[in-house]
Write a protein that binds this ligand. Structure first.
Ligand code: IPE
Ligand code: IPE
Ligand code: MG
Length: 242
């Protein structure tokens, strides 16, 4: 049986992921264009990155645009594309100074050459051996698509005899997923909806999932700190009897 100190000891929080939802509703409730909601949302990212470093979190994985978000109006998509370029231009210097390692994952090619080259530049400039934080941005990402791509790769590797089917294991999945993190400890979704909307399906197997009502542009450092302290009090059992 676990001792009292084992039961009460706080959880280490290494890998956080956030579904930053509610930009559209925030804009609507403030009588603004949806693009203004996305713009305000980018500002919140800056604060949460800062606090993640303060909290010694190892990685922060943010859902910025899903595979399914391509179904939105062209006007909204082009404002998001402009915002991606602007966010990188505005924040790259600070990220370098903060020793943040920046990575993007998902179907980035679909965003076009100018975004692809901007992302490559940002990733190269923030490459660092011992980062203060790994900041991963999901763009054009879908968990189901990622799993399907892994299956296709495994089938091709098996057919070409690069691997034996019996050697397929968890490491193969992790190494061939486009997601930079192996597993998530805490998944936060803002905006009030209680669903994961095709984010990190494999990596959230044992994540604590916290749904909060605030729209992403209203998310604050204080709320983030509260969720982190809630996480630290949770009993994580991983299926075991403790
Ligand atoms: C999340 O906010 C950002 C993206 C999906 C790009 P939404 O734009 O989905 O905001 P709501 O859910 O419509 O309020
Ligand atoms: C999830 O939010 C995607 C991002 C936050 C980038 P959505 O707004 O796309 O999810 P649904 O449509 O409400 O499930
Ligand atoms: Mg939404």
């Amino acid at each position: 049986m676990a001792t009292q100190s084992e039961v009460t000891k706080s959880n280490a929080l290494r890998n956080v992921a956030i579904i930053m939802d509610g930009n559209g509703r925030w804009a609507k409730s403030n009588a603004l264009q949806v693009s203004k909601g996305h713009e305000k949302g980018v500002g919140v990212v800056r604060e949460i990155v800062e606090e993640s470093i303060n909290q010694n979190i190892e990685s922060l994985t943010l859902f910025a645009f899903s595979s399914e978000n391509w179904g939105r109006p062209n006007k909204e998509i082009s404002s998001i594309k402009k915002l991606i370029i602007k966010a990188i231009d505005d924040q790259l210097e600070d990220l370098i100074n903060q020793k943040v390692l920046l990575s993007f994952f998902g179907d980035i090619e679909a965003f076009g050459d100018s975004i692809v080259s901007k992302i490559n530049l940002a990733e190269n400039k923030t490459k660092i051996a011992k980062p203060s934080l790994r900041l991963n941005i999901a763009l054009g990402y879908g968990g189901q698509q990622d799993i399907l791509n892994i299956i296709k790769k495994a089938a091709a590797d098996a057919l070409e005899k690069n691997i034996s089917i019996n050697s397929l294991d968890k490491d193969y999945i992790i190494n061939n997923s486009c997601v930079p993190e192996e597993s998530i400890d805490l998944l936060i979704r803002t905006g009030g909806d209680k669903r994961v909307s095709n984010f990190l399906l494999y990596q959230i197997a044992y994540a604590e999932i916290m749904f909060i009502d605030e729209y992403w542009p209203d998310f604050t450092k204080k709320l983030y700190i509260d969720l982190i302290s809630r996480f630290k009090k949770v009993s994580r059992r991983f299926g075991k009897r403790v």
